[in-house]
Design a protein around this ligand. Structure first.
Ligand code: HEC
Ligand code: HEC
Ligand code: HEC
Ligand code: HEC
Ligand code: HEC
Length: 174
């Protein structure tokens, strides 16, 4: 991992010279495919029809970099009784016995060499839909928002935010 980090930093430093000042992106956007999850959780049912607020399950804990995923205990507050006998809820309770968490497959995940903060974007007026699409209408999430470097650069260009390589790629070792 460390070797990979050094390699990426080297490439970034070389490309910095070539690309500085232009918003050219080396990464094409992948087509969105639905992500298979261990339990058939639906945002449409919970955030859409039942209108549960995003922040109930994604609280953006300090220091604000992440939004976080909900603990199973929160699901079970309702599902100890709601639909407790349905096959998907039985799967949920079985998977999480003994205090285990659901091994959710990640939909939006960027490499660790990229610096990103949710709170900085929310404070700048960004909305969940800007980067994640109409989540509350989806039964199954796909990576339909563009969080490639091109996606970041497009909005930074539009909003007049910095395009400096060092904004998102901290110099190695610092
Ligand atoms: C505030 C209460 C509440 C919380 C918290 C909650 N749910 Fe639900 N869930 C519901 C309701 C209401 C339904 C719809 C039930 C129906 O169709 O009658 C539902 C439906 C479901 C279903 C479909 C069940 C079926 O067979 O139709 C699954 C799976 C599910 N929830 C998983 C979860 C998971 C996983 C979590 C935690 C991340 C969670 N729920 C948190 C209230 C809740
Ligand atoms: C009842 C709890 C609950 C609510 C309310 C909820 N979510 Fe989620 N969210 C989850 C769970 C569980 C997952 C992991 C499973 C999945 O991806 O569907 C998740 C995953 C996500 C992801 C993908 C995370 C990743 O892997 O990168 C995004 C983005 C997201 N939610 C956004 C939202 C937004 C926006 C709202 C409000 C419109 C919202 N969620 C409301 C429980 C919830
Ligand atoms: C400016 C773009 C942007 C905005 C606005 C944004 N997100 Fe994200 N979101 C991302 C990126 C990028 C990731 C991947 C972060 C990573 O892998 O470190 C992510 C990851 C997530 C995750 C996965 C868990 C985590 O903490 O990494 C959840 C859940 C999530 N976002 C929910 C939301 C919700 C809810 C909102 C609105 C309140 C929101 N996001 C607003 C870009 C955004
Ligand atoms: C929807 C528009 C939008 C998208 C998409 C977006 N950004 Fe930003 N970003 C902004 C704005 C606006 C600011 C300026 C915030 C300020 O200065 O108050 C900003 C500031 C930042 C900062 C500096 C603030 C801080 O956290 O210290 C970083 C780093 C950053 N963005 C990284 C990213 C990355 C990485 C992505 C892609 C995964 C991304 N941004 C996608 C709008 C966006
Ligand atoms: C606003 C945030 C942001 C800025 C500014 C930025 N990058 Fe990136 N960069 C990213 C993100 C996000 C990724 C990861 C993309 C992915 O995994 O899809 C990335 C990935 C990369 C990669 C790895 C590409 C690959 O194929 O995996 C290189 C090299 C890179 N950036 C170089 C640069 C250079 C050079 C600059 C300055 C011109 C720059 N970046 C400015 C967000 C940014």
């Amino acid at each position: 991992m460390r070797a990979a980090g050094i390699l990426v930093t080297l490439v970034i430093n070389v490309l910095a010279v070539v690309l500085r000042g232009s918003a050219q992106a080396p990464v094409p956007a992948p087509p969105p495919a639905p992500v298979l999850q261990p339990v058939a959780f639906s945002h449409n049912v919970h955030a859409g029809v039942a209108q549960l607020p995003c922040a109930m399950c994604h609280p953006n804990p300090d220091p604000g970099e992440r939004m976080a995923l909900p603990p199973a205990a929160l699901c079970l507050q309702c599902h100890a009784s709601v639909k407790a006998d349905s096959p998907e809820i039985v799967k949920l309770t079985t998977l999480t016995t003994g205090g285990r968490e659901v091994p959710w497959a990640r939909v939006y995940e960027i490499p660790t060499y990229v610096f990103f903060s949710h709170r900085a974007h929310l404070e700048a007026g960004g909305t969940c839909a800007d980067c994640h699409g109409p989540v509350a209408e989806r039964d199954v999430l796909a990576r339909e928002g563009d969080v490639t470097m091109a996606g970041c650069m497009n909005c930074h260009t539009t909003k007049g935010a910095s395009l400096d390589c060092g904004l998102c790629h901290q110099p190695y070792g610092e």
